[in-house]
Ligand binder design. Sequence first.
Ligand SMILES: Cc1cc2nc3c(=O)[nH]c(=O)nc-3n(C[C@H](O)[C@H](O)[C@H](O)COP(=O)(O)OP(=O)(O)OC[C@H]3O[C@@H](n4cnc5c(N)ncnc54)[C@H](O)[C@@H]3O)c2cc1C
Length: 462
Amino acid sequence: MDTARYDLVVIGTGPAGQKGAIAAAKLGKRVAVIDRKEMVGGVCLHTGTIPSKTLREAILYLSGFRERTFYGRDYSVSKDITVPDLAFRVQKVLAREVEVVRAQLHRNRVETLAGTSHFVDPHTLEIVSADGAVTRVTADHVLIACGTRPAHTDAVPLDGKRIIDSDQLLKGDTLPRDLIVVGAGVIGLEYASMVTALNIKVTVIEARPTVLDFVDREMIDALLYFMRQRGANFRLGEKVVSVGYDNRGRVVAALESGKEVHGDTLLYTVGRRTNADLLGLEAAGLAADERGRIAVNEFFQTVVPHIYAAGDVIGFPALASTSMEQGRLASRHMFGADGQTRRDPIPYGIYTIPEVSMVGRTEQELTQAKVPYEIGLAKFEELAKGQMLGVDAGLLKILFDRRTRQLLGVHIFGERATEIIHIGQAVLAYGGTIDYFRDAVFNYPTMAEAYKVAGLDGLNRL
Ligand SMILES: Cc1cc2nc3c(=O)[nH]c(=O)nc-3n(C[C@H](O)[C@H](O)[C@H](O)COP(=O)(O)OP(=O)(O)OC[C@H]3O[C@@H](n4cnc5c(N)ncnc54)[C@H](O)[C@@H]3O)c2cc1C
């Protein structure tokens, strides 16, 4: 069997794999990436970030959600929205993005090898293609960027029809009349809030008594209040023990407390597990932890020094945004190029309707750390741009140190939160103070003007 030889072989073409491969190729290395043909672009492109965020845009447009402040609660661009209507936009974006990824890899002379791979020894990988053909490659370095798949449990027997996980959305024809979402993590809340925009009743069931504990409480309270007003029902602190169909053919989730929740469709969004179990790690001298995560050092190097891992397979924060950067840094380190030495706070974007985004520390963290902080607030409905967009809810909160006036965190709930957070991120990264927002001139009218309003409010409180 011929064995092609590379400086770097990357397992997986998601954000971590793509950026890792391209960074090494830019350093003049011979690089190959391995993935199934239909998965080029990773979970990110096929079932994760890109489809879910495109679906959100499709729902916002077709439901006329953004226009309802002006034209009434029942306004919608299309009266009978179907699954194919929503899937149409998703497919368009997906097809284009696959082309973009393929072109980027090709332009950078990264070879794409089709199939799934596993280790034969620490430098050799076997690739099994869709038609069963087996080839081998050897590499000086390997980057594991194999990502995750939805985690399943016997209590929730998925059937791909009306008991589904997030990979199985957009497969049917008609939208459910009501939806049960099990799991109030980021993915569960994003989908739950999207369906409320379609006037579909949703019940969210979550075993823990609170949701998204890493987010500032005020933002979560605002989000849950908004979702409840749109018909969402939350069953927090309730555990699902079994799921099936009732005698009317509706889905029923039985809760540990003895209650039952009935609905048209159930979406299960509790957790994901990594694909590391498919890699034959022991042949490479590696092991994963009980959740399938591979341990790495600060340079994304595993215990086998020539093998690196990046993206969701190494665990938190498991975002496309961070995965890309991890892949790039891993490749730069393996070939002795300069990497990033600063570790600035990263932004989090939660694409609920409305969005939530944050950077830096939360009020609960600062209180626990006994930091004497002050807040500055801006309400979106008071911004001229907010009025023009028909925004009826939204909040930007700046947290800063009372003594030094240094910025400590920014938390936003509302339209464009995930975009304008980056202003706060830059000020935070460069050690700026609240005075920046008072002194800077912002384009007017913009949503970013909220920083100015919040800055002035914060200074007034001193
Ligand atoms: C519904 C949903 C919404 C999300 N929304 C966001 C968001 O808005 N913003 C954000 O930043 N993140 C979001 N994420 C998270 C984001 O998608 C992931 O963090 C990101 O895709 C991880 O990238 P990755 O490179 O680790 O791997 P993945 O994107 O998971 O890709 C891994 C690839 O490896 C391949 N692979 C696995 N095993 C093998 C093998 N043995 N051989 C060859 N190839 C293999 C797989 O086929 C896959 O293509 C979302 C995730 C989900 C599920």
